[in-house]
Design a protein around this ligand. Structure first.
Ligand code: GLU
Length: 455
């Protein structure tokens, strides 16, 4: 075999599996992209010769480090931290930091890989990265979280910078954690600079950043529905999660005239037949962000609602589904249940929440399905706008940013339609949003890499 011979998809995936043993989430993310890209590059010899897909599926670097901290009982605790810098062809590495016990190298490599395509789709100059630690912020005091964040940043600071790598929040990392990490970065380097996004407004944060991921996922949903001649108004939505993404997705569904029936956390889901309105969403935001409580408390407070311990909400009949919790939270059986119960559209606020088998169910049923890398890109897009504001020493108002977010989501939807339109093939006008997002995201990064030669 010639070294640059065109290996087929199965051979390519066999290589990915061999080089990344046991990294199931990473392999899953590469598989989902590779199957679309293989078709797209079939007749494009320059991508094969330059080994573009093979290079994108290998992160630029994976940094891992020890994070020591002292808990309130003066016990010394040791965690593992990482930064995965996946690809910086089109801009500085950009992507969140996740603190959760499930974090490992595979999870962060999958997230950084997805982030590369997502960031490309926004049209803004951002590469892909992701970081985190196997630290569980649940049940920790503010002082413990502060000590952990400071220790984490004491290692991370040497790998990041406004022109190299700009982290942000993700699961377990919100305003509080960003504040502690930014303070430590500034203390070590003596520089105030836009090295993190998701900052509070007082120190360089952007209006609309907290809302952006959830609102963006609903704008994407609205765009898919409109394209199919439908709307959100009067429709029932099932949402998972109860963090920043889920609560803002719920808020936007309600604003657009939909009814939200569920939210969840790792302990189970709540079902409210009356609908979760703005007042109730505010109550949940306070419960989660200030009291740091559990979603089960909702059913104690709003007595018409029920809590379903240890369960996920996908069996609740609905028109619209928004998985906004975490990866692989919706499997093939649950996807079948959604389709059977009449769900017409799924928009992913989380990253890769649907398993590969679940995605197949949605595609076979030809319902509208917006994958996370397109549907939840509003968050990182407004992070990109936060970077611009920081480097330009300006701050834009809520209305300006709201309009920019809507436009960015319109642009992402249009790209997915352009590259994912199957109408020409079977005449149905069906849009494969996964394919559209993968190809559009890939093309920009790949063409930049071609321009650089072999680096
Ligand atoms: N963690 C978010 C994501 O998955 C946001 C990343 C960012 O703002 O950099 O896209």
């Amino acid at each position: 075999m010639e070294i640059n011979d065109h290996v087929d998809l199965d051979q390519f995936m066999a290589g990915v599996k061999k080089r990344n043993p046991g990294q199931t989430e990473f392999i899953q993310a590469v598989q989902e992209v590779a199957q679309d890209i293989y078709e797209f590059i079939d007749d494009k010899v320059q991508y094969h010769e330059a080994q573009i897909l093979r290079r994108i599926a290998e992160p630029d670097r994976v940094v891992s480090f020890r994070v020591c901290w002292e808990d309130d009982n003066h016990h010394i605790r040791v965690q593992r931290g990482w930064r995965v810098q996946s690809n910086n062809a089109i801009g500085p590495y950009k992507g969140g930091i996740r603190f959760h016990p499930s974090v490992n190298e595979s999870v962060l490599k999958f997230l950084a890989f997805e982030q590369t395509f997502k960031n490309s789709l926004t049209g803004l100059p951002m590469g892909g990265g992701k970081g985190g630690a196997n630290f569980n912020p649940k049940g920790k005091s503010d002082a413990e979280v502060m000590r952990f964040c400071q220790s984490f940043m004491t290692e991370l600071y040497r790998h990041i910078g406004p022109e190299t790598d700009v982290p942000a929040g993700d699961i377990g990392v919100g305003g509080r954690e960003i504040g502690y990490m930014f303070g430590q970065y500034k203390r070590i380097t003596g520089r105030w600079e836009g090295v993190l996004t998701g900052k509070a407004l007082e120190y360089g944060g952007s209006q609309m950043r907290p809302e952006a991921t959830g609102y963006g996922a609903v704008y994407f949903l609205r765009n898919m529905l409109r394209h199919a001649g439908q709307d959100i108004e009067g429709k029932n939505a099932v949402i998972s999660g109860s963090g920043n993404v889920a609560t803002h997705a719920a808020e936007k569904v309600v604003q657009l005239g939909g009814k939200v029936l569920t939210l969840s956390d790792s302990g189970g889901f709540i079902y409210d037949p009356d609908g979760i309105d703005q007042e109730k969403i505010n109550w949940i935001k306070h419960l989660k962000n200030v009291k740091r409580g559990r979603i089960s408390e909702y059913a104690d407070h709003f007595t018409n609602a029920t809590h379903h311990e240890g369960k996920r909400p996908w069996n609740v009949p609905c028109d619209l589904a928004l998985p906004c919790a975490t990866q692989n939270e919706l499997d093939a059986d649950e996807a079948e249940a959604l389709v059977e119960n009449g769900c017409i559209a799924v928009s992913e606020g989380a990253n890769m929440p649907t398993t590969l088998e679940g995605v197949k169910v949605f595609h076979d049923a030809k319902i509208l399905y917006g994958p996370g890398k397109a549907a939840n890109a509003g968050g990182v897009a407004v992070s990109g706008l936060e970077m611009s504001q920081n480097s330009g020493r300006v701050s834009w108002n809520t209305q300006q940013l709201g309009e920019m977010l809507t436009e960015l989501m319109d642009g992402i939807h249009a790209k997915c339609v352009e590259y994912g339109h199957e109408g020409g093939k079977d005449g149905s006008g069906y849009v494969d949003y996964v394919k559209g997002a993968n190809i559009a995201g890939f093309k920009k990064v790949a063409d930049a890499m071609l321009a650089f030669g072999v680096v």
